[in-house]
Design a protein around this ligand. Structure first.
Ligand code: SF4
Length: 686
């Protein structure tokens, strides 16, 4: 039996793997407190992906553009990639090569990928799909508290909550085992849809898509005028309340109702529920974040929590429900465009000095900050943009906004290299595909949404022909002239180096000894400095800003980048379903997931369907200014009549991201996945 963790979401449920002649079976780890004996269907069926019929077991290569991908030996594939990278860098400079990583990569892979880009390639062009996932909450959390850790308290603290406000988080479908910790709380759910989570809530607030910020400002307004502000806490532990209140003062309840559609009475009810509870939390998810004003929206929810005196108190607080498996660790170790390991800014001279020292290079040789994920992908193949891209652990053909244009950008490259374990839609476009190990075949560490560092353990051997990502990076670095010792492929060695690189940074792992990770039940939360200990709860004494105080941010509402008009009269919003995970590259290969939800669909209110000539079960084209997607119509009476909903897990013509708007948040550079304008066209029964 091997104790490890689910390969999917940021909860990182503990699992026990048993190997038998029939294959690998998974069961929940009863001792791991986060999932406490539960798994969702994705966790139960995760072993299916290990033996997917189309599992990649040999490198594939396209000899020339348009030719078929064919199996080749590793040496051939790596030599081709090495030679092309050298040619492109020598002809066009290091920034002609870009790297795109993933929030599911282990800490060791994320760390090595960032180092590979900055040292072996010398490129500034690296970012990752976490930019699409929770970068707005990271920016808002850093601004408010001086430090961003998804949950600054253990998940199990939620079990004693009396009231929890969930803003844009459909936990019942995305993280079902978390629901057991919320069972004793009255839930206030903010979601334009009546999601599975909203269905069981004490109060459901359904703002029009793109108006969450106005609603949060309105809730702060009610908190003030209804007399719920904790003035002692605000005076002692925060700064900036007056400016934030001045903005919220404009959002009197009737105006908030007019803009968001949330009734005045519900605004009061939500604030009074939160204010009356002793133990209460505000938690945000992608619904609050994935907007062109996502940072301000999350800041506005943090302002509400601060006004009520919640963050930094045991039994209360604010947190972000990070999405991807290593969404937290993935943003700490240097695969983000503007950061170095330890969650340090790449522009900080002291950070560059420290990390360059660990890497054995001159800090002056490290590149500066590069473009954000979408901007990087959108620049591919354009004049002055990168001509080669290496993708690890991501499937942007399905998951990037305006996916049609991004697919065209990928097709315009001189060289596309994809490391993956299945032929994802992005891998199928690649000139070279490198088959790599997946969760149960590898060792490493992950960091879940509570900043808890976990050990991923190898339970079985990978199929012959498959290599680890760390081995691939070492081999490529060698072909780019790097000494082998600089790029170890042993995860333990990489973790030891990562700890040194993180020392003194915001996400300090330097005190974590491998033995601390032996017992899954032992809580190992960063910061864990050398000579120190785990920090399960942050901010109890002081926040991480120099003066120890949290910051209110004064933010103003603005409209979504695109509003409905005569040509595109409806809001479209995107999200997730229980059976599928992210771009679906893994779960679309699981028969149980396909049976539960195997094709693209669009939820439409019955009146809207009738007006658009659509019938339940028929096919519709959902058309935006960027393209059209084809989806099966589901009529849902609880949905707003001005809104349609599409999950984004499906491929080809069913990609929801063919229609999404890449308008970016000015701070986090996160795209506006959650709202765009569309029209519906019937396509018949299909
Ligand atoms: Fe895996 Fe997340 Fe489901 Fe837990 S909740 S079993 S980590 S997908």
């Amino acid at each position: 039996m091997t104790r490890t963790h689910c390969p999917y979401c940021a909860l990182q449920c503990g699992t026990r793997l048993e190997v038998s002649p029939q294959g690998l079976t998974v069961s929940p780890d009863e001792d791991f407190p986060v999932n406490a004996g539960r798994l969702c269907m994705k966790g139960w069926t995760a072993p299916r992906v290990l033996s997917a019929p189309d599992r990649l077991t040999s490198p594939l290569m396209r000899q020339r553009p348009g030719a078929q991908q064919r199996p080749v030996p590793w040496e051939t594939a790596l030599d081709r990639v090495g030679a092309e990278l050298r040619r492109i860098v020598s002809a066009h400079g290091p920034d002609a090569v870009a790297v795109f990583g993933g929030g599911g990569l282990t800490n060791e892979k994320a760390y090595t990928l960032g180092k590979f880009a900055r040292v072996a390639l010398g490129t500034s062009q690296i970012d990752y799909n976490g930019r699409f996932c929770m970068s707005s909450a990271a920016a808002a959390g850093s601004a408010a508290f001086g430090l961003d850790r998804g949950l600054p308290f253990p998940v199990t603290d939620l079990a004693s909550a009396e009231v929890v406000l969930l803003a844009g988080a459909n936990v019942a479908e995305t993280m079902p085992p978390l629901m057991q910790h919320l069972a004793g709380a009255d839930l206030i759910v903010v979601d334009p849809r009546r999601s599975a989570t909203a269905e069981g809530a004490a109060l459901h607030l359904s703002p029009a898509p793109g108006t969450d910020l106005a609603l949060a400002l309105g809730l702060l307004h009610v908190a003030v005028v209804d007399g719920h502000v904790d003035h002692g806490y605000v005076a002692q532990r925060t700064t900036g309340f007056d400016e934030a209140w001045r903005r919220a003062a404009e959002w009197w309840p009737e105006r908030t109702e007019r803009v968001t559609g949330v009734p005045v009475a519900d605004q009061y009810a939500a604030v009074r529920m939160l204010a009356a509870a002793k133990r209460r939390y505000v938690l945000t998810g992608r619904g609050a974040e994935q907007h062109s004003k996502g940072t301000d929206t999350v800041s506005s929810y943090i302002n509400l929590a601060l006004a009520l005196g919640m963050p930094g108190r045991e039994g209360s607080g604010y947190g972000c429900l990070t999405g991807q498996g290593n969404g937290q660790g993935g943003r700490e170790h240097g695969q983000k465009a503007d950061q170095l390991p330890g969650y340090r800014r790449i522009t900080d001279p002291a950070a560059r000095e420290h990390v360059a020292g660990v890497w054995g290079v001159d800090p002056a040789d490290l590149p500066g900050a590069g473009p954000s994920g979408y901007e990087l992908l959108d620049s591919l193949g354009r004049p002055g943009g990168p001509r080669a891209l290496l993708v690890f652990g991501s499937n942007p053909v399905v998951s990037a906004p305006a996916a049609g244009e991004i697919t065209a950008r990928l097709a315009s490259l001189d060289l596309l290299v994809v490391a993956d374990f299945v032929p994802s839609e992005t891998a199928r476009m690649a000139d070279v595909v490198l088959p790599v190990t997946q969760w149960a075949e590898e060792d490493g560490t992950m960091t879940n949404l509570e900043g808890r560092v976990l050990r991923r353990r190898r339970a079985i051997d990978p199929p012959p022909g498959v290599r680890t990502d760390l081995w691939v990076l070492r081999e490529l670095a060698g072909r780019l002239g790097q000494p082998a010792h600089r790029f170890p492929d042993d995860p333990g060695e990489v973790f030891a180096e990562l700890r040194r690189a993180s020392q003194g940074g915001a996400a300090d792992y330097s005190g974590i000894e491998p033995r601390n990770l032996d017992d899954q039940a032992e809580p190992v939360h960063w910061p864990f400095p050398a000579g120190g200990s785990s920090t399960p709860r942050l901010f109890l004494e002081r926040f991480a800003h120099e003066d120890g105080r949290a910051r209110f941010r004064a933010v103003a509402h603005r409209d979504a980048a695109e509003l409905p008009d005569g040509a595109y009269p409806l809001h479209a919003t995107t999200g997730r379903v229980l059976a599928q995970y992210q771009s679906g590259a893994q779960t679309r290969r699981v028969p149980e997931s396909v049976e539960a939800d195997g094709e693209a669909f669009v939820e439409v209110h019955p009146d809207t369907a009738r007006r658009s000539g659509l019938t339940a079960g028929g096919l519709a084209r959902v058309v935006s200014r960027r393209g059209a997607t084809v989806a099966r119509v589901r009529t849902v009476a609880s949905l707003r009549t001005d809104t349609v909903f599409l999950p984004f897990h499906f491929p080809d013509a069913g990609r929801a991201n063919l229609i999404t708007n890449p308008a970016l948040d000015p701070v986090s550079r996160m795209p506006e996945f959650k709202v765009c304008s569309v029209r519906l066209e019937p396509l018949g029964s299909g």
